[in-house]
Design a protein around this ligand. Structure first.
Ligand SMILES: [Zn+2]
Length: 84
């Protein structure tokens, strides 16, 4: 795609498409430290449709929650009851 490349052919094209087997999955309603916070915080993840629940749980275990905040600035609490 380098326009200065000697191999460049103006008739070439690149087509980018998302992986076709990815699905968007609702994971959990997030809770934050704001006891009166009413901001709804659904968490979705995208995985290949062929991943198992165990693989998804293993992936979730790698997620980092430390600096996650709701729009009001409250810290998001690490969740444990996933609906995957
Ligand atoms: Zn909040």
């Amino acid at each position: 795609m380098n326009p200065d490349s000697p191999d460049r052919d103006p008739s070439d094209s690149v087509e980018v498409s998302p992986p076709h087997d990815v699905e968007t999955v609702f994971v959990v309603w997030l809770r934050c430290e704001g006891e009166d916070c009413t901001i709804q915080k659904p968490l979705f993840a995208q995985w290949s449709a062929t991943t198992t629940e165990a693989e998804r749980r293993a992936d979730i275990a790698t997620w980092r929650w430390e600096n996650l905040r709701c729009p009001a600035g409250h810290a998001i609490l690490r969740q444990g009851d996933y609906q995957i």
